[in-house]
Design a protein around this ligand. Structure first.
Ligand code: UDP
Length: 481
């Protein structure tokens, strides 16, 4: 048994860039701040070149050890229409024995394990090893509240959540409107709902929950977790607010090309439009968005992905042949007419680099949590356009509680948002007085996030507490060895 010369932490990331990126970032912080050894296990799908790029950039400079777990074939365990969340949960359950063997095969015994919230099935491995086990939520704390409270809602709410007329009450938290519930709660008879409830039961069994926010961002919700009369009844383990952790590096060459363009634009004049690593729009919606961008006469960078089309059998497929020819689905002449003011990028962009450029004045975003944090930490206000997962919760938090975003009246995932409405949103945030006010609020939040991360700040202290537990665990291992 080799406990090593310092604590060795094992991190596990479930598939998807929205999990991989924040887990890698957390790993890097644990190395740079505490000089721990960190091994990040990733369940990579190699489904996209961007994923490969993210993995490669994590290796340079090599702060953490990245180990890919061999993929497991889950095709026999899921049906053709199995929802993403259910697929992820099944995948993470099937990977557990492989993860377990990989941990046992490590030369240096780990002192603690940190998994993202899809990895809670692996809690038992840490228990077996007698080391602390943390669950990491690269999400907002309201979502953590819902996830850990859903086993109770499951008992008290009758019928489908989305058919309820009253919001759901979670002790000490902002009530959740039926239309804002997360995807796995939309249909209670679906496998992904059962998986989600199960997750809510498993997660509080860990030794601590890490959340990629900072205390001042959601102090009420965090207070509810700490109050044994409120959410503390359900989640008895500590909740550590350790963020905001965001991504900083991208490929220098793509960055250069975009900076050449951005450098020529006036300050705070460009709206950056992107729907995360996987968001797609329908063809109709894309047409409206394109016209809105053109009619707004504002500058823009748009990360364009081929639209999804509904087939006759109700299933969705992607338009085009996966190539970069965007003229197939963008309005005729759009690219030519907007070439002076717009930069259209197929599939992927170095997002965190773009958001940090002073010419960028707004972000039209699907409000995935990583995107939200990248926007806040760069002081960029948002137009939120939630599509999937917990994004409706994120959007409501940003608009109604934090006041740093605006959104359409039309609900994006239900109806097509018309060009006029989108055009108004873009002008409001970039040109109007209201936009300027929102921008000031984001800038305040940006500062409060920086303060939390700095020496003596709340997030730095919270992560130090986690580190201390890892240190103690290592000392115990060392004494035993
Ligand atoms: N991202 C990027 N370029 C893109 C799209 C996404 O760099 O064109 C990054 C983005 O900066 C963020 C992550 O991918 O770090 C997406 O995570 P998020 O939580 O916003 O959304 P998800 O993809 O999980 O829905």
């Amino acid at each position: 048994e080799n406990a090593g010369s310092k604590p060795h932490l094992v991190l596990l990331s479930s598939p998807g860039l929205g999990h991989l990126i924040p887990v890698l970032e957390l790993g890097k912080r644990l190395v740079t701040l505490f000089s721990f050894d960190v091994t990040v296990f990733v369940v990579a799908s190699h489904s996209s070149p961007s994923e490969t790029r993210v993995l490669q950039s994590a290796m340079t400079p090599k702060l953490v050890e990245v180990v890919e777990l061999p993929p497991v074939d889950i095709s026999g365990l899921i049906g053709p229409g199995t929802a993403v969340v259910a697929q992820l949960c099944v995948m993470m359950r099937e990977i557990r024995p492989i993860f377990r063997s990989a941990i046992y095969a490590l030369k240096i015994r780990p002192s603690a394990v940190i998994v993202d919230f899809f990895g809670s099935e692996s809690l038992v491995i840490a228990k077996e090893l007698g080391i602390p086990m943390f669950v990491y939520f690269p999400c907002n704390a309201w979502f953590v509240a819902l996830t850990t409270y859903v086993p109770i809602l499951d008992k008290v709410v009758q019928g489908q959540y989305i058919d309820q007329t009253e919001p759901f009450l979670i002790p000490g938290c902002r009530p959740i409107r039926p239309e804002d519930v997360v995807d796995p709660m939309i249909d209670r008879s679906d496998q992904q709902y059962l998986e989600y409830v199960h997750m809510g039961v498993e997660i509080p069994k860990c030794d601590g929950i890490l959340v990629n926010i900072w205390e001042d961002l959601q102090s009420t919700t965090i207070g509810a977790f700490r109050d044994s009369d409120l959410l503390g009844q359900v989640v008895k383990v500590p909740v550590f607010t350790v963020g905001p952790f965001t991504r900083t590096i991208e490929s220098p060459s793509t960055r250069l090309q975009i900076y050449n363009w951005l450098d020529k634009q006036p300050k705070v004049s460009v709206v950056y439009v992107s729907f995360g690593s996987g968001g797609t729009l329908s063809l109709d919606q894309m047409t409206e968005l394109a016209w809105a961008l053109e009619r707004s006469q504002q500058r823009f960078i748009w990360v364009v992905r081929p639209p999804t089309i509904k087939g006759r059998d109700g299933s969705f497929f992607t338009m085009g042949n996966g190539g970069d020819d965007m003229s197939i689905y963008l309005p005729e002449g759009f690219l030519t007419r907007t070439k002076e003011v717009g930069l259209v990028m197929p599939h992927w962009s170095p997002q965190s680099d773009i958001l940090s450029h002073p010419s960028v004045g707004a972000f039209l975003s699907h409000s995935g949590w990583n995107s939200v944090l990248e926007s806040i930490t760069n002081g960029v206000p948002m137009i939120v356009w939630p599509l999937y997962a917990e994004q409706r919760l994120n959007a409501t938090l940003l608009v109604e509680e934090l006041g740093i975003a605006i959104r359409s009246k039309t609900l994006p995932s239900r109806e097509v948002i018309g060009r006029e409405e989108i055009e108004n949103l873009i002008r409001t945030i970039l040109v109007d007085e209201e936009g300027a006010k929102i921008r000031n609020r984001v800038k305040e939040l940006k500062l409060s996030g920086e303060k939390a991360l700095s020496k003596g700040g709340s997030s730095r202290n919270a992560l130090s507490q986690v580190a201390q537990q890892c240190q103690t665990s290592w000392e115990r291992l060392k004494a035993k060895a």
